[in-house]
Design a protein around this ligand. Sequence first.
Ligand code: TRP
Length: 461
Amino acid sequence: MSQPRDHWSSRAGFVLAAAGSAIGLGNLWKFPYIAWENDGGAFVLVYLVCIALVGLPIMLGEILLGRRSQKSAVGAIKEAAGKNWGFVGGLGVFTGFVILGYYAVIAGWGLRNFVMCLGWTLNGFPAQADLAGEFGLFLADWKAQFVTTVLFMAATVFVVLRGIGKGIESVSRRLMPLLMGILLLVLASALSMEGAGEALQFVFAPNFGELDINGVLEALGHSFFTLSLGMGAMITYGSYMGRDESIIRSSLVVVVLDTLIALVAAVAMFSVIFSVAGLQDQLGRSSVGMLFITLPSLFYNHVPLGSLLAPLFYILVSFAALTSTISILEVVAAYFIDERGMTRPRAVALTGGGTLILSVLCSLSLGAWGPISNFEIFPGKAGLLSTLDHLASNWLLPVGGLLTTIIVGWVLSAAITKGELVDDNTPTWFRYDLWRLVMRYVVPVAVGAIIIAVILGRDFS
Ligand code: TRP
């Protein structure tokens, strides 16, 4: 006999866990640096449009697929659209494996910075510190990378092993409020600095001259990444949801929180950067390292109360990453539990072990091992880690999201989707017909057009 399906133990369970999944390195590490690379304003605006017009509607679609079938990605899609579409779920599981492989490595850097900051706060920050140099040495040091990556994966496995209510939900319930509290402290301190005005201007004043089609794809891809869409994570989390909750209200809370936190992180970081003379130009091409390399010394040398905030901030980064990695591992593990009849411990051991191998490879691709550190498939993205990130966020997620949209908008009947979205809990402002129109036409056309424009515009020479 199979066990009854595990569920969120409270109404807030889904929202907390889904917000935990959405809010992660995508908000704290990636959004600030890609917004910086794409010169702020216009990129941010396109990103916000993608969130509202593409991300939110797809999130409703994914959750309804999961809640309706009470099955994770592959099973939910097969049930909705038939066996032939099962590959879309399979693609999602594969994408999850890819993302977790490199995500765990970067999450490990958060742990490393936390430990470093604890030391600096207790013993004083060295006057002559060469943080960029030290971080470079850390990246190329396979033992250090191995330790932080394995630690992080172990924490992820530990939570997912405990299941939905006792594992994922209870961790999210504790960590999410803490995370918001710490972030608000950091924001308050950053806004008191003189660069705050310029930072707000940079983030919110659009200048379209600076944005090209690759930037648009990046904004689109990031809107999938940051909301954990396009690979079945929200299908899976939705499958642990009961019928007494409004999909619409829950999604809206998750999307608004995720977007706010990305904007807060960017404004806080840029406020500090604009406050320090000469730093802007110096950041130039190394903006990827903004969170891990540039920020620590700024905390100690410039930010009010920085030596207190620095360790708190990096533990926040690690927590935010943890509530995301558990959601990715859950997608992969749930496939083996639901579709292959494995017990949870077996499935988690198998998938956790498999991703650990990939993540150790990624951790060696930062200089420690030449052959996987230097190859370049996507221009400017050398090495396995950057290649997988680019592949997953800019290609696998948009394609997965597009296919999911087609299933929800075209394969499922209006009666079915309406039955899931519209009930007594549905907020009065929700317009079902508008949502369906967006899913059938706006999302496929927009996502398809961007993908095609980038392919056609590519320089194959
Ligand atoms: N959304 C998370 C972040 O912003 C990352 C993440 C978690 C994710 N689960 C996902 C991305 C599923 C894509 C798909 O950091």
